[in-house]
Ligand binder design. Structure first.
Ligand SMILES: [Zn+2]
Length: 212
């Protein structure tokens, strides 16, 4: 039996509204919004296998994303309200959008499978204490007041590490605290590594100059 036409037309209208549209592919003057939308659509179209690596945290966690191309990437969700994400793929590192299709795939899965937690996370900031790299050293991204007293001495009141402290020591202290609410961002290890390399090259240059 046919349903009344009003119902059908309103359904069609709703479907249309929910389907995002992109500018033609030939238009290279895309906006950031278009670029974000592209990645969201790719996340919907492709099947990613996603594993939460720390299930104690349903949303603000680290995820392994297996892409259909056979590659595996690590996604970190730090905050949804302020869009603090990280992914190990090249696109995330280079697009300057703070998002990629792997982050979008994780968000999409959470919105479907962890609806209550996901909705809450869209409204309320994360309560985890995340340690992240900045140009001026390590920083506690939010919830500085939740940092155990013993660790606070490494930072100023804004949560920025004091310049005289060795960042590697802060990382060791974070890890050895065994506090599940503290997290060293996945961005910290590559940051420490590039710091070590640039210090090493400065040292080598100096040795070379002395030798000459
Ligand atoms: Zn990615």
């Amino acid at each position: 039996m046919l349903k009344p036409s009003t119902t059908r037309s309103s359904r069609a209208g709703r479907r249309k509204k929910n389907t995002p549209t992109l500018p033609p592919a030939t238009d290279w003057r895309t906006t950031d919004e278009d670029e974000i939308l592209k990645r969201r659509l790719r996340a919907r179209e492709e099947r990613h296998q996603i594993v939460n690596l720390d299930p104690d945290h349903p949303v603000f966690s680290n995820f392994e994303v297996h892409s259909p191309s056979g590659m595996t990437y690590q996604v970190e969700l730090r905050d949804l309200v302020s869009s603090q994400f990280s992914c190990t793929c090249t696109d995330f590192r280079t697009n300057g959008l703070g998002i990629c299709k792997h982050v979008e795939a994780v968000l999409l899965q959470l919105s479907r499978r962890q609806r209550a937690e996901y909705k809450a996370a869209q409204r309320l900031s994360s309560d985890r204490v995340d340690l992240v790299p900045t140009d001026a050293g390590l920083r506690v991204e939010r919830c500085f007041e939740k940092l155990p007293r013993g660790l606070r001495a490494y930072f100023d009141e804004a949560g920025q590490q004091r310049s005289e402290v060795d960042p590697a020591e802060i990382v060791r202290e974070f890890v050895s605290s065994r506090n599940g609410n503290l997290r060293v961002s996945q961005d910290v290890a590559p940051w420490l590594e590039s710091r070590r390399r640039s210090e090493e090259s400065i040292l080598l240059r100096r040795e070379y100059e002395v030798g000459v």
